[in-house]
Design a protein around this ligand. Structure first.
Ligand code: OGA
Ligand code: MN
Length: 286
């Protein structure tokens, strides 16, 4: 099977044209897809209509899948490899908001996700866009002196600092989340296993502090790194169409879900998550 690749943005992203994701792919096609993924960081497949089983089968070409045991509440009832990314809780219609700050999936764990594939099932009339940024370029754009200072240094990732979590949870709930999800150190500069390239790996949703600095000292440096990562020229904004599948590489991409739509409408996405290699270490409680 052959396909064409069309760039979507100057910083990252490409559309793969001519593939039907429900078909079995041969070795050459898989190798070509992996090469395109390495080059473009995110791949878009349009006009796909995937059942959970088909999405799972396609995602497995890129690696082993997570069963989302850490977030059982949002798993698909029959297919634990599918995470339901919805703006409303199915049973109660309660509003849910996920990913409203820049982040990389599962960076607060010792096995951050390698990649994620999001398939659009149901969309609002307008909006519900997702933005992506290129973290190789974020790193490459820093001055050599700052790169040198950040190299080999770790930052703390903490699931409870996310703005939405802080707003929606009580103090006791936050404590409970932290107990179940202890904070981890992750390298500020990550070397990508497949490409060998360096990528900046800090995010506003999860990074609380640079190891060795106080929170107050860390904040202005982190703020600068977030700004540097998400300058307009480093971002691709995806305007979803029903049937789109977008695969991104969490090792060198951050993403953010925008609240740019009428939340009384439903937005339903199915995510598969590719397991990453071990990264980071636990922060020992003082
Ligand atoms: C995710 C996520 C973004 C979106 O599924 O990991 O952050 O736009 N989703 O739904
Ligand atoms: Mn996410």
């Amino acid at each position: 099977m052959s396909f064409k690749v069309r760039k979507l943005g100057s910083a990252l992203g490409a559309e793969v044209i001519g593939l039907d994701l429900t078909q079995t792919l041969d070795g050459d096609t898989i190798a070509a897809l992996l090469a395109a993924w390495s080059e473009h960081l995110i791949l878009l497949f349009r006009d796909q209509s995937l059942t959970p089983t088909q999405q799972i089968a396609f995602s497995r070409y890129f690696g082993e899948l997570d069963d989302h045991a850490a977030i059982p509440k949002f798993r698909h009832a029959e297919h634990p490899e599918i995470l339901m990314v919805n703006n409303r809780e199915a049973a109660t219609n309660k509003r849910l908001s996920v990913g409203r700050q820049w982040h990389s999936d599962l960076s607060t764990t010792l096995r951050p996700a390698k990649g994620s594939l999001l398939h659009a099932i149901q969309l609002p009339m307008v909006g519900g866009d997702t933005m992506f940024c290129n973290m190789y370029r974020a790193w490459d754009g820093l001055s050599p002196l700052l790169q040198e200072w950040l190299s080999g240094r770790d930052a703390i990732h903490d699931m409870t600092i996310a703005r939405e979590t802080q707003l929606q949870r009580t103090h006791a709930e936050l404590e409970e989340i932290r107990l179940r999800n202890p904070r981890v150190y992750q390298p500020i500069c990550r070397i990508h296993e497949a490409t060998g390239k360096k990528a900046l790996y800090v995010s506003e949703m999860t990074t609380s502090q640079i190891d060795g600095l106080t929170r107050e000292e860390s904040q202005p440096i982190l703020e600068y790194l977030y700004r540097q990562s998400t300058v307009h020229e480093n971002v691709y904004r995806h305007v979803w169409r029903k049937g789109d599948s977008v695969l991104w590489d969490n090792r060198c991409v951050m993403h953010i879900a925008l609240a740019d739509y009428d939340d009384s409408e439903r937005r339903t996405m199915h995510r598969t998550t590719l397991k990453g290699s071990p990264s980071g270490r636990l922060v020992q409680a003082a």
